[in-house]
Ligand binder design. Sequence first.
Ligand code: PEP
Ligand code: MN
Length: 335
Amino acid sequence: MIIQLENEVNGEVLLSVEKELQSLKYKTTHVQTQYGSYLVGTGKKPFDIRKIGHLRGIKDIHVVSDDYKLVSAKWKVNPTVVDLGDAVKIGGGHFSLMAGPCSIEGEENIMDTIAFLKANNIKIMRGGVYKPRSSPYSFRGLGIDGLKLWYKLAKENGIKIISEVMQVSQIEAMHDYVDIFQVGARNTQNFNLLDELGKVDKPVLLKRGISGTIDELLQSAEYIFSGGNERLLLCERGIRTYEKASRNTFDINAIPILKEKSHLPVIADPSHGIGIRDHVGPIAMASTVAGADGVIFETHCRPEEAFSDGQQTLDYDEATKLIKKLRLLSNTIAS
Ligand code: PEP
Ligand code: MN
């Protein structure tokens, strides 16, 4: 159950609502986000909501039986729009593209990506400065100095940036130099990290875990929302299955299902989803048709020289063609 509270609700009024719910054997959690104040009630036995409807401080009551509540579409019918400022919006009909290298490699790499993005009117650049690599001997990213340089150059050029945060201790240092925090597939159930990102006033893109179910993704998103941060994006990036012909098995089903179950924007990552350069475009297009609110993909001026994930990275010609197709598709679907 979600009880939407008046925004200015005082401690005394809150306590009386909590007491009433507890007397009905409901556990209560008060959630204060950037936008609203909520009381989440969990209990075994449903009760007639008219029993509490008269209490002071209550704006609305919603019965949500799913394990995840605040991210559920059952109480919030309108889609969430994540606003990054400067007219850059994601979700609710704002189809959004994010592109860039797997890893940020240095000034030249940043500047040629920015030029590519500007030429294609893409407002959000992706790139990792902390890279989760299977081998400790692979390139693991430029770290905070790389992020600072990247952010400065991007800002000067009107580009927003999304970058992965791998652990709690990185949040503070990264905070002023990202527009969106990315939580990678290896950290989807790092609950300490999710808790801390709940306290941050920056949007978070949460990827689906390597072997995570749709439900687990939504429950992880619930951690961040219930921690106080409503500015969330969900991302399908493929899951591990018995199939060896592709890097991961991109779960196209997840897109309409997530859109049905949640009010949060859903972003597709076809690069990690299939992991094969020639097939990234078709999966990106399929995701758009399936209802994704945007696509994040890897691009590099010379993919064969990329520091990481070159095998799934589009060159600028391929990326330019794909962007045109994706925009055409999304406009066609919207019309
Ligand atoms: C990435 O986006 O570069 C990345 C490492 O993705 P994932 O967490 O989906 O593997
Ligand atoms: Mn990558």
